[in-house]
Design a protein around this ligand. Structure first.
Ligand SMILES: [Zn+2]
Length: 467
């Protein structure tokens, strides 16, 4: 039996995760992400896949983030009709996130058509809502920590990766005539000692390992998050202003609510109303209750911390656009959490439109702002920013909180790697920018003495032959 791998994404980049595994004549795609960020990367979404989607037998998904799932609707539109395997929480999140991604695609195509700056007569979305709905029909969910057969000689086990609800490390076993080989895909790894998510599970062995390296070159301590937040909230309160926080709907919004709740309980910040203004964040928050076993917040018959945190009298979910717009008039101190996290779209835009000019208000960035994004410009101190076609002056306070990332930092990645009892034959460094992947590869070689490879986009490797 022969096993090969081809890197169709997340090779010297953090997006577009797609790994094509070929076991004899069977083809398994692990993750099916969309390329995001710089234009050069985004254009790859429009390239023809180097494999006909009809030829792929099965897809396995590590977790629901769009850079791991966002190409699925396109894959299905282009002829893939096999099963898509993931955990139940990933399935629930995908239902919300893929439909949202489809809506964004449709809106963007309309916008481009209206502005007329497309070379195409009729700019089309990469996929639409119907394509996203078709994906959901192909999903088969499995529970974690139970091995099941993907193909007659290939089995899979999902292990908890922390990171976001349902996120998994994928352990794949290939059974040949004489030998069994194990290929482990780290997926995206979460943090150790996160207040909400569990630590990534220990995997003791792998013949081949693919490890993410998003923060492989830096330390991102989370010890000080509460102090940073307390200082910023108290400062905003003293200014009698409103604190506006752009945040990703999945994970980040819930972490922020959790921290604010802790700070209010311990009276380190005043008891302020928190408005969660993102329909997607509201749906995702509900999934924390459905999948109570996947996080540390207690949900039992006698004790429901989830309700006390996410349904406390301070929390207000803005379900309608009227309730969202009503916030624009608000003058008393309050906290508004809204998406998108990088201020690229969503309801956060109208909050910024109304708040940027107010000297009393504070805009707080709680996550990574990509190079060239609107959020990055504001954070870098640009005095004006364009929203809804209008050039606005930034007069509000601009702050940043560090340590809220859902990704393991370098020390945590190394901690997870050092659980392997012996070095894998090859460790592929994926899901990291080029410079980061190089730095992390060197660190692994120095600290663990492992054989590492940083694959190129579209590069293939023979993993085993004649097993
Ligand atoms: Zn992720």
């Amino acid at each position: 039996m022969d096993v090969k791998i081809k890197f169709l994404g997340a090779a010297k980049s953090v997006t577009g995760s797609k790994y094509l595994l070929q076991v004899d004549d069977k083809k398994i795609l692990v993750d099916c992400g969309m390329f995001q960020g710089q234009k050069e990367l985004r254009l790859r979404n429009w390239d023809k896949l180097p494999i006909d989607p009809q030829q792929i037998d099965i897809v396995v998904i590590t977790h629901a983030h769009i850079d791991h799932t966002g190409y699925l609707p396109r894959l299905v539109k282009d002829g893939f009709s096999g099963k898509i395997i993931c955990t139940a929480a990933t399935e629930d999140l995908m239902q919300i996130m893929l439909l949202d991604a489809a809506k964004l695609q449709e809106e963007e195509a309309l916008f481009v058509a209206k502005k007329g700056y497309s070379k195409h007569e009729d700019p089309k979305p990469l996929f639409n809502t119907d394509d996203a709905k078709l994906v959901m029909h192909l999903i088969e969910s499995h529970s974690s920590n139970s091995e099941f057969n993907l193909l007659p000689n290939v089995s899979v086990t999902f292990h908890n990766a922390g990171h976001i609800l349902g996120a998994s490390i994928v352990e794949l076993k290939v059974t040949g005539k004489e030998q069994q080989k194990k290929i482990v895909f780290s997926g995206d790894l979460g943090r150790y000692n996160d207040p909400i998510m569990y630590d990534p599970e220990v995997i003791p062995e792998a013949d081949i390992l693919l490890t993410e390296s998003t923060y492989g070159d830096r330390l991102n301590p989370m010890t000080d998050v509460e102090n940073q937040l307390a200082k910023i909230v108290n400062e905003t309160y003293a200014n009698e202003g409103v604190l506006v926080i752009p945040a990703f709907a999945v994970g980040r919004t819930q972490s922020l609510i959790y921290y604010m709740h802790q700070l209010m309980e311990s009276k380190r910040i005043p008891s302020l109303p928190i408005f969660v203004d993102s329909p997607m964040a509201i749906s995702v928050t509900n999934l924390y209750e459905k999948h109570g076993g996947l996080h540390k917040i207690k949900v039992t018959e006698s004790r429901n911390e989830l309700i006390s945190i996410f349904d406390s009298p301070n929390i207000h979910f803005c379900n309608t656009s009227e309730s969202s717009r009503a916030l624009n008039e608000m003058k008393r101190p309050a906290i508004i959490i809204s998406a998108s996290g990088m201020v690229t779209g969503g309801r956060i835009l109208h909050h910024l439109y109304h708040r940027l000019k107010n000297e009393n208000d504070t805009l707080l960035f709680a996550g990574y702002q990509a190079e060239g994004s609107r959020g990055r410009h504001i954070l870098d101190g640009d005095k004006t920013v364009k929203i809804f076609g209008e050039e606005l002056t930034v007069r509000c306070h601009v702050r940043e909180v560090h340590g809220l990332s859902a990704h393991a930092d370098q020390s945590e990645l190394l901690r997870w790697l050092s659980n392997f009892k012996k070095a894998p034959k090859t460790t592929f460094i994926v899901h990291g920018e080029k410079a980061t992947a190089i730095a992390f590869s060197k660190t692994i070689q120095q600290k663990l003495g492992w054989n590492t490879v940083i694959p190129e986009y579209l590069q293939s490797f023979e993993l085993f032959s004649g097993i």
